[in-house]
Design a protein around this ligand. Structure first.
Ligand SMILES: [Zn+2]
Ligand SMILES: [Zn+2]
Length: 274
């Protein structure tokens, strides 16, 4: 099992998950591989100081923890070294440079703000209505995929649904087939993965929505278009969300035509049969 979208307390300002809790989890489940993907949101319009880390310190701390763990337990370190980049148009060069300097195993590219507005902080974003809010978000993903290459997997394509005030906040393939097809085409052409992010489903489940899982058609269409690279991420910010809805997510992916998921080591995909 693998969960490759995780935030921990020291390096992601919005997380409560202690690194020790993550290591305890790995000790209790020796078959699991995880990747910390701390937030790196350069020029973030809200709490900039909290959503960025000192990369030298992150890298050094990772190496120290890894050697400590391997020395103590005599097994390979189950944690990989990653980051989640919050993309904004003008950051292309900044991120190309950033990613080339530090030895990341895995890089997620995400959109957290649309024209300077993060729907998590500003619910006014949804006043334009569901169709416009969701299509604006997907169009920002497309713009990012056209110009940006320094990443491995597209993070939470459904981020915009998580905080939506609509009675039915779900996003389904048939609402935006052209936008989804364009996203799949770009990912496949650039050899990038699509992320299955279970955080939105967890939020929907807590809200009591009957259909809380993502639309399987989205993953089915991606697979059908030739999509082969797929990662799983809980986007956990606390210990209780590690591997959240993992079994249901894997079932959904199997039903959509996948017989594997991927994790990344030194920026190369590794296949894990499911
Ligand atoms: Zn994110
Ligand atoms: Zn995240």
């Amino acid at each position: 099992m693998t969960d490759t979208h995780i935030h921990t307390k020291v390096f992601s300002g919005d997380a409560t998950l202690e690194y020790k809790e993550l290591l305890d989890h790995c000790r209790a489940h020796p078959d699991r591989i995880v990747c910390t993907t701390e937030h790196y949101d350069y020029d973030y319009p809200y709490i900039n100081d909290k959503l960025i880390f000192d990369p030298k310190q992150y890298s050094q701390t990772y190496n120290d923890r890894k050697s400590d763990y391997e020395r103590t337990y005599g097994v390979a370190y189950p944690v990989l070294f990653g980051t989640e980049l919050g993309f904004i148009d003008h950051l292309n060069e900044v991120y190309n440079n950033f990613v080339s300097i530090y030895p990341f195993d895995f890089v997620i590219a995400s959109i957290h703000s649309v024209d300077g507005v993060d729907p998590y902080y500003d619910k006014a974003f949804y006043r334009k209505g569901k169709e416009k809010a969701y299509s604006d978000y997907l169009n920002h993903i497309i713009d990012m995929l056209i110009c940006f290459d320094s990443f491995d997997s597209l993070g939470h394509y459904d981020y915009v649904c998580r905080y939506a005030p609509f009675e039915d906040p779900s996003m389904i393939y048939s609402d935006f087939p052209d936008l989804f097809d364009e996203i799949f085409k770009l990912l496949i052409r650039k050899d990038k993965a699509l992320e299955f992010n279970s955080a939105t489903a967890s939020v929907f489940k807590r809200r009591g929505l009957a259909n809380y899982m993502p639309d399987p058609e989205i993953f089915h269409k991606y697979r059908e278009a030739g999509g082969n690279l797929i990662t799983f991420g809980s986007d956990a910010h606390s210990v209780s969300n590690l591997f959240s809805l993992y079994d249901e997510s894997i079932d959904l992916l199997r039903g959509s035509g996948f017989d594997h998921i991927n994790f990344y080591k030194k920026r190369s995909p590794v296949i894990l049969d499911i």
